[in-house]
Design a binder for this molecule. Structure first.
Ligand SMILES: [Zn+2]
Length: 107
């Protein structure tokens, strides 16, 4: 049994079901449990969507949460500096504006 098969079978022993969907990174069959898809070979969760629309939505929400995280970090960095100047405040205002935009869900 190959290393790849061993990894997959160890997941199956833990209740994961083998699917006929291929991992986009390595081409191994994905495993499914409780609505989640996982690649045992890459050792990471895979996002499986039924349509292109769903894919775009998933990408959007992922990008949005990454963006939010980065903006919050930027804001934190600015606030760590005790002497805020006008430039910092302007930067903060811009970041908060973007943060608000990113928080709005596009339905
Ligand atoms: Zn994979």
């Amino acid at each position: 049994m190959s290393d790849r098969e061993q990894k997959i079978s160890s997941f199956m022993k833990r209740g994961w079901v083998l699917t006929d969907i291929e991992c986009p990174s390595c081409g191994s069959p994905l495993l499914r449990k409780e609505g989640k898809f996982y690649c045992a070979v890459c050792n990471r969760e895979a996002l499986v969507v039924d349509s292109f629309d769903e894919y775009i939505k998933a990408m959007e929400s992922q990008t949005r949460s990454e963006l939010k995280l980065r903006i919050v970090n930027e804001i934190r960095k600015i606030l760590e500096v005790s002497n805020l100047n006008m430039e910092d405040i302007e930067k903060l205002e811009k970041l908060i504006k973007i943060l608000n935009m990113a928080s709005q869900s596009s339905s």
